[in-house]
Design a protein around this ligand. Structure first.
Ligand code: HEC
Ligand code: HEC
Ligand code: HEC
Ligand code: HEC
Ligand code: HEC
Ligand code: HEC
Ligand code: HEC
Ligand code: HEC
Ligand code: HEC
Ligand code: HEC
Length: 339
């Protein structure tokens, strides 16, 4: 991408006169909209101007009928739609060019449907049983929204599991303040399917997602990524450093499991232990530290402060009473992560 941009700049620099400049410009592949590669930063943002009807593979012969015809039968839907981002932009484009597709930019040409509305597949329906294959549904949306965050949609776990854009988006009505999601918030949208994950955020210790300060898409890109779990960054730790930058270091004395993965000790979506820990201290530490100067004793109620043989590894904050810098230390005398 950078290389291509550099070529563009170089080509522009070489161009002797403005007249020659267009001949030097890099030729983009033909697409439905010349601007649909904008996600890559080549061109202006995708617009509504001169939009064409989407392709309905079930009715290649169908002709566009215009928005007035749709609205005559679908008054309620048209009224709801009128307040959305798409409708506002489409009205402007329609005023400039009356042949611009609006409803049909997503639903495909409507003549077959207007003639026989109950025939399955006569119009692109964004459902799993409406007679339109999911690939045909997403193709229409991607005509304007390919690239950028959706570069890896094809082959992503959601695409492979037959999700359509409309499983998370409902452009027919402004249900959410932004993003046209099917539910009011991003997290509730995801929770229509990932109930278990949303449930974990109700545990005693959790990051403030139920409180609305962060959402699933702070860490995940639901449109697909190049890694397995739809993380926006290459590694788990990079994700955490976005907000917990102080844990990145560099540290004079590192703690090996922290460098490897935060998930060695933390449960990201919620935990019933203090501070999202996977196990309570001292057991958390003893999973790995069994042959140190502090033997891997079995801790019982006797080891509690009120017990017969109080043990400092259970009292107070346990191991981290003394080893307070468990994420790494920058103190010259901190090799044991004490300070
Ligand atoms: C003559 C009236 C009429 C016109 C014109 C019409 N529709 Fe419909 N449409 C209907 C009826 C009736 C249904 C319900 C069909 C059913 O329940 O099987 C429907 C259903 C639909 C559905 C849901 C399909 C499904 O399988 O879930 C969509 C989407 C739709 N119309 C979009 C449009 C669009 C876009 C236009 C304009 C291009 C349009 N309609 C024009 C009468 C019409
Ligand atoms: C940006 C793309 C887009 C545009 C433009 C659009 N629709 Fe839709 N439409 C959808 C999607 C996606 C759904 C499925 C929503 C869902 O999940 O229920 C839908 C659903 C529908 C339905 C089925 C009933 C419903 O509400 O679920 C009708 C009818 C309909 N649209 C009519 C229209 C009409 C009429 C217009 C123009 C005034 C229009 N649509 C413009 C994407 C679009
Ligand atoms: C004719 C081109 C076109 C088509 C087809 C189209 N969109 Fe859009 N869409 C746009 C434009 C332009 C915007 C506004 C972009 C902006 O303001 O940054 C937009 C905005 C959006 C937004 C962001 C809304 C917000 O509040 O920020 C979502 C989500 C979206 N579209 C989803 C869809 C889905 C899903 C479909 C298919 C059902 C679809 N679009 C079809 C052109 C299109
Ligand atoms: C698994 C759920 C899910 C699916 C499937 C999905 N999206 Fe999204 N999409 C989201 C969420 C969540 C957001 C973020 C909304 C916000 O920030 O408020 C979003 C944002 C967007 C936006 C606006 C911001 C941006 O990234 O430019 C567009 C446009 C969009 N999606 C288009 C699509 C299209 C096209 C498809 C189908 C190919 C699709 N989405 C499929 C969940 C989904
Ligand atoms: C319509 C249902 C549906 C919705 C809505 C949905 N997902 Fe998914 N998601 C799935 C399915 C199905 C899978 C693949 C099955 C599995 O392995 O769990 C999946 C997989 C995932 C995975 C990868 C799991 C793995 O093991 O690699 C992540 C991460 C994910 N979804 C995040 C999200 C986020 C974030 C949202 C909201 C923006 C969302 N999903 C919305 C159905 C959905
Ligand atoms: C603070 C960042 C963050 C937030 C917020 C977040 N996740 Fe995750 N998610 C992760 C990480 C990290 C993983 C584990 C990745 C790995 O093991 O490689 C993960 C894994 C997953 C998985 C697959 C593994 C599993 O546990 O089943 C799903 C599905 C998932 N997340 C969905 C969601 C949903 C839905 C939301 C919102 C309710 C959400 N996540 C919020 C960071 C986050
Ligand atoms: C989008 C920002 C964001 C990302 C990304 C993020 N966090 Fe957080 N995290 C927060 C916020 C906000 C808090 C609450 C801070 C507070 O209350 O002072 C928090 C709190 C925590 C806490 C303390 C919880 C408690 O109960 O005291 C832990 C542990 C934590 N995060 C671990 C992680 C890990 C591990 C990752 C990477 C998988 C991660 N965070 C990614 C925003 C984020
Ligand atoms: C070896 C286990 C371990 C690993 C690995 C680990 N942590 Fe922690 N973390 C802890 C313990 C123990 C606490 C609780 C400390 C306390 O109670 O004082 C904690 C607390 C936290 C807190 C809340 C208190 C604070 O210090 O701000 C955040 C945020 C946090 N960890 C983020 C991270 C991030 C980000 C990573 C990965 C870079 C990570 N942790 C890796 C053990 C670990
Ligand atoms: C996933 C395994 C793992 C967990 C869990 C873990 N550690 Fe470690 N820890 C290590 C490794 C590996 C080293 C590096 C050992 C080395 O360099 O010889 C280390 C080093 C240390 C050191 C420095 C020791 C030295 O010899 O330099 C201290 C102190 C320490 N850990 C304390 C803790 C405490 C306290 C906890 C619990 C909050 C904990 N560790 C949890 C794996 C773990
Ligand atoms: C009362 C304070 C205190 C508590 C509580 C404590 N430690 Fe230590 N720890 C020390 C001291 C002091 C050293 C030795 C430092 C040195 O020799 O440089 C040490 C050394 C270590 C070392 C390095 C051992 C070695 O052989 O070099 C590890 C690992 C360690 N502790 C883990 C733990 C774990 C795990 C717990 C909880 C089960 C724990 N500590 C609880 C004070 C404590």
């Amino acid at each position: 991408m950078l290389l291509a941009a550099a070529v563009l700049v170089y080509a522009a620099w070489l161009a002797p006169t403005p007249a020659d400049a267009s001949a030097q410009a890099v030729k983009l592949p033909e697409t439905r909209f010349a601007s649909s590669l904008s996600g890559h930063g080549f061109d202006a943002p995708p617009g509504f101007a001169d939009a064409l009807p989407a392709r309905n593979p079930a009715h290649p012969e169908a002709k566009a009928v215009s928005e007035q015809v749709c609205s005559a039968c679908h008054t309620q839907e048209s009224d709801n739609f009128a307040h959305t981002v798409h409708a506002l932009g489409m009205q402007v484009a329609l005023a400039a060019n009356p042949a611009t597709a609006t409803c049909e930019a997503c639903h495909g040409p409507g003549s077959a449907h207007a003639a026989n509305p109950t025939a399955k597949g006569s119009i692109i329906a964004f459902t799993h049983d409406g007679g339109t294959p999911v690939a045909a549904q997403t193709e229409g949306c991607l005509g304007c929204h390919s690239g950028g965050p959706r570069d890896a949609w094809l082959g992503s776990i959601h695409q492979r599991n037959d999700l359509s854009c409309s499983d998370c988006h409902n452009p027919m009505q402004a249900f959410s303040a932004e993003g046209l999601t099917t539910k009011q918030s991003v997290s509730e949208t995801c929770a229509t399917c990932h109930k278990d994950i949303r449930q974990q955020f109700n545990r005693r210790s959790h990051m403030p997602l139920p409180e609305g300060q962060i959402s699933c898409v702070d860490c995940h890109n639901p449109h697909g990524t190049l890694n397995a779990t739809l993380l926006k960054t290459d590694t788990v730790n990079e994700t955490c450093y976005q907000c917990h930058a102080e844990k990145r270091g560099p540290f004079l004395f590192e703690h090996a499991p922290v460098r490897e993965s935060c998930l060695n000790c933390h449960q990201v979506h919620g935990s019933n232990q203090h501070a999202l820990l996977v196990a309570p201290i001292p057991m958390l530490c003893q999973q790995c530290h069994s042959h140190t100067r502090h033997p891997n004793d079995l801790m019982t109620e006797l080891s509690l402060g009120t017990g017969g043989a109080p043990d400092e590894r259970l009292m107070g904050r346990g191991c981290v009473t003394c080893h307070a810098q468990v994420h790494g230390s920058n103190h010259p005398s901190g090799p044991r992560l004490h300070k």
